[in-house]
Design a protein around this ligand. Structure first.
Ligand code: 3PG
Length: 306
């Protein structure tokens, strides 16, 4: 059996070593396609792969057509919006993610970016503190929970809204659950996004939702760029000189944001929430173990195309 690791943004070497150990212990062969620059390389590499480990790499119908021997794709990470699930099901390919494995890394980055922003991007000028500020966590999944844990350490007052998570579950963590996204944004000066990119959430973070955030508002996005209505966020930031947008997923309109909102906008050059050795090890090894479990025992835990 051939297991391909196809990562345009590679794992740390220590994670690849761990993946190799799992795959070779099972008697399989590991093949690496790292830092590839065009799709043709991926289409060629998948030809004889029985299993693939990816990150944000796009697995669409064309890739699945080329992967004639493929049985399973594991997205080492949480969000699987980069995989065409319907096409995978049509090709009889199992798709899994590795929920929770990189969530601490993303949460630490979200808090780190908040500190960076309220301290005026470490310019040496006088900033503000996070302590005592109201933080709204939009979606209380694995990352949201970790953000709550770290934010409480900073002394923030933590609120959360999650359409799918019962209030009692949120409140058990000492977090105030609110009944709607509108209420969350009205209440909190800082909002951290942790929603997946789905048909319902795409473009959902819009002018109407953001306009009522309290003075000195900051939106932190370590989720997906697609959930932001960029044109409306630009309009809002034009109308509100107090509003900051901080993200590790560069918007399509990055140049416009950077030019118009200097001092209130920051984006990392590449998505880097999960870019730590620990997250790479956790998610990469979990992906390798899930592949072995699936190929050897038919284990379908974490399958997302049911
Ligand atoms: C995820 O969905 O797990 C995160 O966004 C991390 O994605 P990455 O592996 O592409 O950094």
């Amino acid at each position: 059996m051939k297991v391909l690791v196809a990562t345009e943004k590679p794992f740390a070497k220590v994670a690849v070593d761990g993946i190799r150990k799992e795959i070779e212990a099972a008697g399989y062969e590991l093949v690496l396609l790292e830092k590839y620059t065009d799709k043709a390389q991926l289409l060629d590499a998948v030809k004889d792969a029985n299993a693939i480990i990816i990150r944000s790499d796009i697995v669409d119908a064309e890739v699945l057509d080329a992967a004639k021997e493929l049985k399973i794709v594991v997205r080492a990470g949480a969000g699987y919006d980069n995989v065409d699930l319907a096409a995978a099901t049509a090709h009889n390919v199992c798709v899994m993610n590795t929920p929770g494995q990189n969530s601490n890394a993303v949460a630490e980055l979200a808090l780190g970016m908040m500190v960076y922003a309220v301290r005026n991007f470490y310019s040496g000028t006088s900033g503000t503190e996070l302590m005592g500020k109201k933080l709204g966590i939009h979606a209380y999944g694995n990352v949201g929970r970790n953000v709550a844990r770290v934010a409480k350490g900073f002394g923030m007052e933590v609120y959360a809204y999650d359409a799918f998570c019962p209030k009692e579950v949120i409140e058990k963590d000492g977090v105030k659950a609110v009944g709607s996204a509108e209420e969350l944004y009205k209440t909190c000066q800082v909002v951290s996004l942790h929603i997946p990119a789905t048909a319902e959430t795409k473009n959902s973070i819009n002018y109407a939702l953001l306009k009522d955030m309290p003075k000195g508002a900051m939106l932190v996005n370590t989720a997906r760029k697609e959930v932001i209505n960029e044109a409306e966020l630009i309009k809002l930031m034009e109308d509100r000189a107090d509003f900051k947008y901080i993200t590790d997923i560069m918007p399509a309109a990055n140049a416009e944001f950077a030019e118009k909102f200097a001092g209130r906008y920051f984006s990392t050059p590449k998505k880097m929430g999960a870019q730590t050795a620990e997250a790479n090890i956790n998610a990469g090894i979990a992906a390798a173990q899930q592949i072995v479990g699936f190929l050897k025992d038919g284990c379908e835990k974490f399958r997302v195309n049911k």
